[in-house]
Design a protein around this ligand. Structure first.
Ligand code: SAH
Ligand code: DHB
Ligand code: MG
Length: 222
């Protein structure tokens, strides 16, 4: 099995299950037209985020790494009336594209983009006691995953979910000698998870249109 097959199967799953729609397609198209990298979650992964958010009846969602807001739209659609997503983005071009996508999606009233380096934004949110968030999705630069996880945990409550994207990195995660800051970031997360009593966590490897990677899903213990 190869990446070609994984991509074909992802397309089949998307079509068979009817994942995505014109609004999501338009957000992806506008992001690509603006020159953003094609690294958003897939439709199947977007629906996983949506299902996880609904499973915990999330009313307040934190996202770290907006890009064009494709994953944000999947998350925002899980919200009940009055619910909100706060999404953190460093690149002002990405934030601009995302905000236009949220307007077109009719979701601008329930999504706020917080601009700047996410570690700074998170420090502000912690200082303001802005939590708790019911679900956090960590999907920005991978070197800072440990800091993002610690902040997300501080901004959580018992029962909150913390989801981390891109934690397998084509298997490079098992290389203890790696100098790749992305791999080191994920490995440090796993060290934290190995001893952190406040969460129960697992990591699921994935293949698909995004290649060979995976998600970590953690729940904050009561
Ligand atoms: N969640 C998006 C994809 C995010 S891609 C989706 O699935 O649709 C990663 C994003 O993180 C990029 O837009 C990048 O600009 C942003 N990013 C990178 N470093 C960051 C930082 N230090 N603070 C905040 N955002 C950052
Ligand atoms: C990259 C980032 C992501 O969040 C992702 O899901 C895939 C790739 C990247 O920076 O290359
Ligand atoms: Mg990602």
């Amino acid at each position: 099995m190869s990446e070609t097959a994984w991509t074909a199967v992802d397309r089949y799953i998307g079509e068979a299950l009817g994942l995505g729609d014109a609004v999501l397609d338009e957000a992806a198209r506008a992001s690509e037209a603006a020159g953003l990298p094609s690294i958003a979650v897939s439709p199947a992964q977007g629906m996983l985020l949506n299902i996880l958010a609904r499973s915990v009846a999330a009313e307040r969602i934190l996202e770290i790494g907006t890009l064009g807001g494709y994953s944000t739209i999947w998350l925002a659609r899980a919200l009940p009336a009055g619910g909100r997503v706060l999404t953190l983005e460093l690149d002002p071009r990405h934030a601009d594209v995302a905000e236009a996508n949220f307007e077109r999606a009719g979701l601008a009233d329930r999504i706020e983009v917080m601009r700047g380096a996410a570690l700074d934004s998170l420090a502000e949110l912690v200082a303001e006691n802005a939590g708790p968030f019911d679900l956090s999705f960590i999907d920005a630069d991978k070197a800072n995953i440990p800091g993002y996880f610690e902040a997300a945990l501080t901004l959580s409550r018992p029962g909150s979910l913390i989801v981390v994207d891109n934690v397998i990195r084509e298997g490079a995660v098992i290389d203890a000698t790696s100098n790749d800051p992305n791999v080191r970031g994920v490995r440090r997360l796993n060290e934290i998870l190995g001893s952190e009593k406040r969460v129960s966590a697992t990591t699921i490897q994935t293949v698909g249109v995004k290649g060979y990677d995976g998600f970590t899903i953690a729940i904050v213990n009561g």
